[in-house]
Design a binder for this molecule. Structure first.
Ligand code: TXA
Ligand code: MG
Length: 348
């Protein structure tokens, strides 16, 4: 298949959006930019389109898709119960990087929800995304537009690497603003619960709803406690090289990483380092890269997935990363980084 690339760096191209909408209505797939990561879109109400999404990504079919909408009223068709909390969260954070889990209606096929009777719903703030959703009939199922097991794509080139030739169209809308997937909040059982941390953090949610819990599966050190979002149980991304996080006081972390890189070099192994703009000059050896600036934590989120993709292109055997316990989006950054590292953490 020839994948059409439609470039929209300066906003919406109506002709191309109409073409993309037609592809979705005919059951085809279009990758598109959102403020979090790129999505691989198909008509959420069409079981066959959902099946194509799973096939293109190589994704396990028990891992449900998020349904993207462009207008609040669209929710009534796909959710069978809409608690007052949903409206409150929508008023505060939609359009934006928040996904809510609600009870699904019969309009949503089980193929879209991975067999669950609940549905994940999100209204993205990216305008190209919302124009596409409207043009495509109003309901776009979209997981991140990567091959299952690879880092989520934060630019159109990442999408093309994984899905070029497998889908009808990629809309190139430039780099994602946030770089990490949306926060997921479950509103179907008891207290509102965060199933996946993201840019919208617990504190922000608690300003709107009094109490919001964190899924025990995310924070429990007990490996028998499973996360509630089916996708969170998978080790999202295993870089080709071993990834190890070094955690502790900044100067000691740098010292330890330098020591480990030297040891590897002595053993004939090349090592990579994930540092920051502030720490780069302290590293003397190895393939050292900056993930962003600690003074602007969003830059760290924006570059996490691309730095992991880039390291896969080089012949290093191990990557040492600093740890990022920054107060806001830091929890989401560490959630993704720890998964990529397969929980390998050295504390100094
Ligand atoms: O930012 C995002 O949310 C991006 C962009 C494209 O919007 N999408 C995204 O989709 O991250 P995906 O498929 O990569 O991740 C969806 C997550 C998975 O962990 C899945 O298990 C969970 O949402 N999920 C979906 N429906 C669910 C449901 N009904 N109950 C619990 N978890 C659900
Ligand atoms: Mg994903």
């Amino acid at each position: 298949m020839q994948t059409i690339i439609a470039v929209m760096h300066d906003g919406i191209d109506e002709t191309q959006i109409r073409r993309a909408g037609d592809i979705l209505k005919e059951g085809g797939l279009v990758a598109f930019p959102t403020e979090t990561v790129y999505g691989l879109g198909g008509n959420a109400l069409d079981a066959q389109a959902s099946a194509k999404i799973y096939a293109a990504k190589g994704r396990p079919s028990d891992n449900p898709l998020i349904v993207h909408i462009a207008d609040w009223d669209a929710i009534y068709k796909i959710a069978s119960e809409i608690p007052p909390e949903a409206k409150k969260l929508a008023d505060a954070f939609w359009p934006g990087p928040l996904t809510m889990i609600l009870k699904k209606s019969d309009a949503v096929p089980m193929a879209t929800t991975g067999g669950l009777d609940t549905v994940a719903i999100r209204m993205p703030s990216n305008e190209v995304a919302r124009a596409l959703i409207r043009a495509g009939g109003g309901y776009v199922a979209a997981p991140s537009a990567n091959t299952s097991g690879r880092p989520s794509p934060t630019c159109a080139a990442h999408v093309a690497q994984d899905l070029g030739g497998k889908i009808e169209m990629i809309i190139d809308g430039g780099n994602a603003n946030i770089g990490l997937e949306s926060t997921i909040v479950d509103l179907t059982e008891g207290k509102p619960t965060i199933l996946r941390p993201g840019y919208i953090n617990q504190e922000m949610l608690e300003q709107v709803l009094d109490e919001v819990e964190m899924d025990r599966g995310l924070i429990s050190p007990d490996s028998n406690v499973h996360p509630k979002a089916p996708g969170m149980k998978y080790r999202h991304y295993a870089p080709k090289a071993d990834l190890i996080i070094v955690e502790g006081e900044a100067a000691r972390v740098r010292e330890k990483i330098n020591e480990l890189v030297t040891e590897n070099l002595a053993a004939g192994k090349k090592a990579g380092v994930i540092g920051t703009d502030e720490s780069l000059l302290y590293y003397k050896e190895g393939d050292v890269r900056s993930i962003g600036s600690r003074k602007e934590e969003i830059t760290i989120a924006q570059h996490l997935y691309s730095i992991l993709r880039d390291f896969d292109e080089s012949d290093i055997s191990v990557i040492y990363s600093e740890s990022f316990e920054t107060p806001k989006i830091g929890q989401a950054i560490m959630n993704r980084l720890i998964k990529a590292a397969g929980h390998q953490i050295i504390k100094v």
